[in-house]
Design a protein around this ligand. Sequence first.
Ligand code: COM
Length: 552
Amino acid sequence: MIDVRNPADGFKSLRARISSLGPLADGDRGADGAPLTVGEWALLLDDMIASPGDNTEALWNVAAPGEDDREYDAIFVGGGASGRFGSAYLRARGGRQLTIDAWPFLGGSCPHQACVPHHLFSECARELDLARHMQGRLWYPPFDDKQASILEIIELFKAGRALPHAIMNWQSKEQLDMEYIVNTPATIIDEHTVEVDGQRFRARNLVLCTGATTIYPDVPGMGKKGIYDFASLIEDLDYEPNRCVIVGGSKVALEYGSFFHATGCKTTILTRSPLMQTASLHHVDEGLREYVVAMMADRGIEILVGTELVEVLGDGRVTGVRYRTAEGDIQQIDTDFLFVGTGERPDLSMYEPLGLKVDERGFVVADATMRTSVPSVYAAGDLVGPPMEMFKARKCGVGAARNIMGEHYEFDYASYPDFLHTTYEVTWCGLSEAEARARYSNVIKIQMPPDDADPESFALPAAEGSMLYAFTRPILSGWLKLVIDADSRKILGAHHVGFGAKDAFQYIDYLIRQPQGWTMDDMAELNELFLNPEHFIQLCRLRAGQLNPVNL
Ligand code: COM
């Protein structure tokens, strides 16, 4: 083991080893007797990630005897978003926690293979889309479809990911005062006991936060080279794909498909259900869905609905796929890159000693306090099912911590705002128009462009990020809708495709879920900074004078 907690003990050799790994800026050179700096952590983690076989020792950041001898309130198994945020909260409440992760860093898959690279890819997709659309106009040069390399963007991410990892370890130790052991797996002994790095630790509670991984379809040829999911794409891609087929219609399929296609890698999506009509997404407004899918098709992405992958072709490496069409015949596409976006499931084998209740899809059953079927054992994050989103993981982890520390805290993670990226931000919260009409008798909507306008000539919504589209091809500038109960004037749902949409939705979601609701008049009282990406404030103000509001 390497003790990273006590700078006096064995630290000189660790510091010397880190110095030998690469150059350190002056501000990142730790003084003798001082804890590791972010720069030192980054060098160490970069090396551990690049050469795991040479770096098998666990990193211990655990209180020494006499420093804190209290019983642990919780051991968090997994130090991703839920484990790290739950640990930080529990520690901030004065409790004692231990967080364990098999990777050498905290933060989990998010900064390593999932959300952080995905956001980098989404930003690339957006930039590339604009550059391609604007080519030959203003200062935009001609767009060469082969100018963006998927491999190069992934290499860029991998070269930089040790820094976020370093911040997670440094912040968790130096600022959040957490105890952790990383770079070694945990073994569950019973509902209070975990073995890690050859030692047993006991706690009042366990919080299970080990996430989920992609399920691959069970079809012939699945083991070939050239087949990736969001995680193996980062770790294993070693060539530039020229043609992409995506199997599945999940969020991941839309997001990565939009990215691959924007780089110039022609992409086909094979999906059983129409995009955004899968069971894993809820409250999707049909108008928003149609705009999203139409804009993906407009970019040239081929979306084959009702299809099923039947075989992966190739001698060792993927050269094509065969699929069944909606009509039942078998077709073939030549491709050198198959991406799997069929959803994720947890591996629960390590929890067998606990006898946890599991639902029909394979997720751990937990109630709104995050308690599992086993007293004293909590579960959080992707382990308990969708949404596989950051806010839910973090709030679940914090919810478990709050309950462990004696508060009664419930988090209904089944009701949530949602989002995805194509080359746009796509956000939605509250009810879809159809859901609202099923529950309320007098529903109106404020929508841009309105149903009776020609979107090719109606240049709204337009604001940050969409002005160039609005002035060159208005239909590309986005789409938005507010769903309102005209009787109470309360906003029931908000749906937006565009840019900057995510920022607004964090607050709109909260406001419309207040017990007293959030009316179109409340919205009209906000001070909008013109132009703003949502337009909701000024559009509500245009209608707020009406005693009996109608569609806009
Ligand atoms: C974010 C990881 S990249 S965590 O949620 O801060 O732990």
